[in-house]
Design a protein around this ligand. Structure first.
Ligand SMILES: Cc1cc2nc3c(=O)[nH]c(=O)nc-3n(C[C@H](O)[C@H](O)[C@H](O)COP(=O)(O)OP(=O)(O)OC[C@H]3O[C@@H](n4cnc5c(N)ncnc54)[C@H](O)[C@@H]3O)c2cc1C
Length: 506
């Protein structure tokens, strides 16, 4: 019997996996109404794909590896770079209106750390919204997909053989139900919402990591969290983004005196890798010089047409980017680490799969190459769906489990402040120890909640990585270790560390 696959999350990764599974039945769960709560809809830059003359999948893969700073898996990078062209073609067939030239070829822009202009856009900065709309329209009419909208996953169901047997869901009226499944796919997005300054949806709290770890799955490289250097600093939470494509078009990073920020820092200037630019922006703000993105000359009057999303965000805050530089701040943006998987979405547990931003399949290493994550959702969503076609059999026999408590809003605010203060663009051993103390206090007061558990994985791994690599910058260990190593953590490692922290004299 062809049993349904349970997919938790309906961003690009969950939706694409669901569509590619046809005709196998799918139960697709999304905590918020379809189209909301997903980072996918907010993606501005677009999709990285080597489509043009003078570019190649080999070049795309090599840029991906360089950005990953020694920790990207060459096999995963090759799969992404060679697989993305056909997925873009499939999106065009669904009606995604990529920006094209007079001959119907997709036009492509430049972004940081790409050696070629290879980002496919939609109406300048609306790629995510357009792709999400097309996928939703297709999923709504797909016979093989049953949608559970407004149902949040609150825990995975552990099985008697040490795998996953489905998920506990909480409905719109607070009611709970269990969906038993032979195969459950986590596609719940990232963890940026754990930081006070973030571009991610507020529900992106690393919950997939916490849920998976609670039933025994391994977590990979959780300390690697990319900050976007140019979140628009207008006091909004989440912070709106000024896409990197603006710098691709020539916009400049300047301080409050109009001096170029990157001149003494990198030969690549404003298109240096994101971690380098984020640290430069952070330093300029810390020193009181201020940091701004000046697009007056490079974009100017073309703003409303070329970058309608950024333009609207600025104008809503009373700031006209055609005549005023945009105030910017680094913000938590993308989680490279997550639930450990192979390149077909298999986690370390039978019956549990993960795809998209919540998964760590080795592609991004210590730093994601810009615009590789929509591409990841497509290529690895398709690969996961393909691998799932050959699974069959009943759900495993379930074990009972206590549902974790929720973290109250005020406590989440405290957590987010502490994560931004101690585990952001710059980290130190002493700061991370202080942060672990705050996590202990939150656990003692509110119980073992998912956001605090997710934060524990990130902070524990950051404290134990005594080097600077990719997006992980330790002020007290600025050098890069000569031997690259991955982090692998399970729940028992975190629990052992909590016990060790508690045993330490205050
Ligand atoms: C502002 C911004 C701009 C970006 N620009 C780009 C770009 O130009 N190019 C690029 O490649 N990447 C970009 N990214 C990154 C990219 O958008 C994301 O990494 C990618 O969309 C993640 O897709 P996903 O399907 O894994 O997760 P998401 O799109 O975040 O979807 C997660 C889904 O899970 C659901 N969910 C979460 N928790 C639960 C739960 N407990 N129960 C049920 N459902 C749940 C959510 O409601 C949502 O449907 C950007 C990110 C941001 C924030």
């Amino acid at each position: 019997m062809n049993r349904p696959v349970l997919i938790l999350g309906a961003g690009i990764a969950g939706l694409w996996t669901a569509l590619k599974l046809a005709p196998r039945p799918v139960i697709l769960v999304t905590g918020s109404p379809l189209g909301t709560g997903a980072a996918t809809g907010w993606a501005q830059g677009g999709i990285a794909a080597a489509l043009g003359e003078g570019d190649s999948p080999a070049l795309h893969a090599s840029d991906t590896l360089a950005a990953g700073d020694g920790l990207s898996d060459p096999h995963a990078a090759r799969l992404l770079a060679s697989g993305i062209a056909s997925e873009v073609k499939a999106l065009r067939a669904l009606g995604v209106p990529f920006d094209i030239d007079d001959e119907g070829r997709i036009t492509q822009g430049l972004e940081a750390a790409h050696s070629r202009a290879r980002i496919a856009h939609v109406t300048g900065d609306r790629a995510g919204a357009a792709i999400l709309a097309a996928l939703i329209e297709t999923v709504r009419t797909a016979d093989h997909v049953t949608l559970l909208e407004g149902w949040r996953a609150v825990a995975l169901v552990p099985s008697r053989i040490g795998g996953c047997a489905g998920a506990h869901l909480r409905g719109p009226a607070g009611e709970t139900r269990i969906i038993a499944a032979r195969d459950t796919v986590l596609a719940m997005g990232g963890a940026g919402g754990l930081w006070q300054v973030s571009t991610s949806p507020s529900g992106a709290l690393g919950q997939a990591m916490a849920m998976a770890a609670r039933i025994g799955a391994e977590i990979a490289d959780p300390e690697f969290v990319q900050s976007h250097p140019t979140a628009i600093d207008i006091g909004l939470d989440p912070a709106p983004l000024a896409t990197e494509a603006l710098r691709g078009e020539g916009a400049k990073l300047i301080d409050g005196q109009g001096r170029r920020l990157m001149e003494s820092i990198s030969d690549a200037l404003d298109l240096a890798p994101r971690d380098i630019v984020a640290r430069a922006v952070h330093a300029a703000r810390q020193s009181g010089r201020g940091a701004f993105l000046d697009a007056r000359e490079a974009v100017g009057d073309h703003f409303p047409n070329r970058f309608p999303t950024v333009f609207a965000a600025c104008m809503a805050a009373g700031l006209d980017p055609r005549i005023t530089p945009i105030p910017i701040a680094p913000a938590a943006h993308y989680h490279m680490g997550g639930v450990a998987t192979d390149t077909e979405g298999r986690t370390t547990l039978p019956g549990l799969w993960a795809v998209g931003e919540c998964a760590a399949n080795g592609l991004h290493g210590a730093n994601r190459l810009a615009s590789n994550s929509l591409a990841e959702g497509l290529v690895f969503g398709a690969r996961t769906a393909n691998a799932l076609q050959s699974t069959s059999g009943k759900p495993q026999v379930a074990l009972n489990v206590d549902l974790p408590p929720a973290l109250p809003a005020l406590a989440l605010t405290r957590l987010r402040q502490a994560m931004s203060a101690e585990c952001g663009v710059e980290r130190t051993g002493a700061g991370l120890e202080r942060l672990l103390g705050i996590l202990d206090a939150l656990t003692a007061r509110y119980g073992d909640t998912d956001p605090v558990l997710a934060a524990r994985f990130i902070v524990n791994a950051a404290a134990n990585r005594q080097e600077s690599r990719g997006a992980h910058w330790r002020l007290d260990h600025p050098a890069r270790s000569e031997t690259p190593r991955h982090t692998r953590l399970a729940l028992e490692d975190i629990e052992a560390d909590v016990l060790a922290t508690q045993a330490r004299p205050a």
